[in-house]
Design a protein around this ligand. Structure first.
Ligand SMILES: *Cc1c(COP(=O)(O)O)cnc(C)c1O
Length: 431
């Protein structure tokens, strides 16, 4: 496994080790070369802060790993849809995978991209299909019903629609239970025989408005063993061969995302490990490979910065209430994810296991248990690390709290990318 180099959290000159504790004497936490306290000075907390240089570096690393295969990198927008993040990736040449019309609207708003754009939703509506077809996105369909629905949209618009089939390859990915999408019982995609049948019908002239280009597999997220992806790609290649035998000109094989990031700092397989397994499979097949990393491009480039509101008085142990919670970063409550939490101001004295809870009236609103933190006081800043993926996109207004601001740091400068919501915003949708 390659050492992980994507992390940029540092206390002054002191880079964190794998356990998130600073090596040497801690100073102040920095992000993208800016002190975290400065980064959130304009917005206050809670605020997500993303280091755009790190996002681009992560993209370039994945692109370089797959470049020898001529593969294209499509960023999975659902991990983090902030427009500044999308713009930076588009400018670097990255393509995009979206799962809804709303995400496609974000990609369109971010400006032109030279990369491929894929719509790979489940239960995609006619409006969403139409938006994708009008903008030349490739639509990945998950069922025969969806194929027929897309065919009707293409016919109505009088525009050819490029389509790929999302396969259910029936493989078990070494990914957490809640994040597995490629086993036979997962409600994603078509079984191979159904896909071959659909391709055969298109070859025979069904759905004349559709231009079949290939197949798509995405077997899960946080995949700890790349061999699951390799197994899925083998199934996909079989289906492509069957489609070619039926007379179709198929060359698109989207191998999905799932490249892992361990928020607790443990080693995981890197993009190069996935590329090494896939390269021999696709060599000489004439397929254009695509990969769809979401988390791997943004998780470690982002943090959630929050302030201590109060110390809770407990009979034992140390507990602080902060102004961010499960409604801003759902991963600990939803998946039991363990994010490292550090004091922005450093401080190595009186470090003790600390429970960090959010402001929601929910016993599950716990951001961290037994985080090694110095003694904290109201107003102190705390950062939840590796929070750039599946953070803000899952945030809600539960308990009537406005969602956090988003700040981006680039070239040593922090910019407010999305203002904090207000109480008035919370009322804006109701008549
Ligand atoms: C969610 C998703 C991804 C990205 O998954 P990560 O684990 O964030 O890399 C890629 N492709 C599809 C189709 C997805 O739904």
């Amino acid at each position: 496994m390659q050492p992980s180099t994507g992390r940029d959290w540092s206390f002054g000159e002191w880079v964190c080790n794998h356990h998130g504790m600073p090596v040497g004497e801690p100073e102040v936490l920095r992000v993208g070369g800016v002190s975290v306290a400065d980064a959130v000075a304009a917005t206050g907390t809670p605020a997500y802060v993303y280091a755009l240089d790190d996002v681009e570096a992560a993209y370039r690393r994945v692109a370089a790993a797959f470049a020898p295969m001529g593969a294209e990198v499509l960023y999975a927008v659902k991990a983090n849809g902030n427009l500044a993040v999308l713009r930076r990736l588009a400018a670097a040449g990255c393509g995009f995978t979206v799962v809804s019309g709303g995400e496609l609207t974000r990609v369109l708003a971010a400006g032109p991209t030279t990369g491929t754009v894929v719509l790979a939703g489940r239960g995609t509506s006619a409006e969403e299909h139409a938006l994708a077809v009008r903008h030349g996105a490739v639509v990945h369909v998950q069922s025969a019903d969806e194929l027929a629905a897309l065919g009707r949209v293409a016919a109505e618009l009088g525009r050819p629609a490029r389509v790929a089939i999302r396969l259910n390859p029936d493989v078990e990915a070494a990914s957490p239970e809640a994040l597995r999408t490629g086993h036979g019982d997962a409600a994603f995609g078509m079984p191979p025989e159904v896909a071959v049948d659909a391709l055969g019908r298109m070859a025979a002239g069904a759905h004349p408005g559709l231009v079949p280009v290939g197949v798509h597999v995405h077997v899960g997220s946080q995949i700890r063993d790349p061999s699951g992806v390799a197994s899925a790609v083998k199934v996909a290649l079989d289906v492509i061969r069957a489609g070619r035998d039926a007379g179709l000109d198929l060359d698109w094989l989207d191998a999905g995302g799932g490249f892992p990031v361990d928020e607790s700092g443990a080693d995981v397989p890197e993009p190069e490990d996935f590329a090494a397994l896939l390269a021999p499979l696709v060599e000489g097949t004439g397929v254009r490979l695509a990969v769809e990393p979401g988390r791997r491009l943004v998780a470690s480039a982002g943090m959630l910065v929050t302030s201590v509101r109060h110390r809770l008085d407990r009979s034992h142990g140390r507990t602080v209430v902060v102004d961010a919670g499960m409604h801003h970063l759902l991963r600990p409550a939803l998946y039991g994810a363990t994010h490292r939490v550090v004091a922005v101001g450093g401080g190595s004295e009186d470090v003790a296991p600390t429970t960090v809870v959010g402001p929601c009236c929910e016993p599950g609103d716990v951001l961290a248990r037994a985080a090694p933190l110095p003694a904290l006081a109201p107003g102190d800043l705390v950062a939840v690390l590796d929070a750039g993926a599946y953070g803000m996109v899952m945030a809600s207004n539960y308990n009537g709290h406005p969602r956090p601001a988003e700040v981006v740091v680039a070239g040593g400068e922090a910019t407010v990318a999305r203002r904090r919501e207000t109480w008035d915003d919370l009322l804006a949708w109701e008549t």
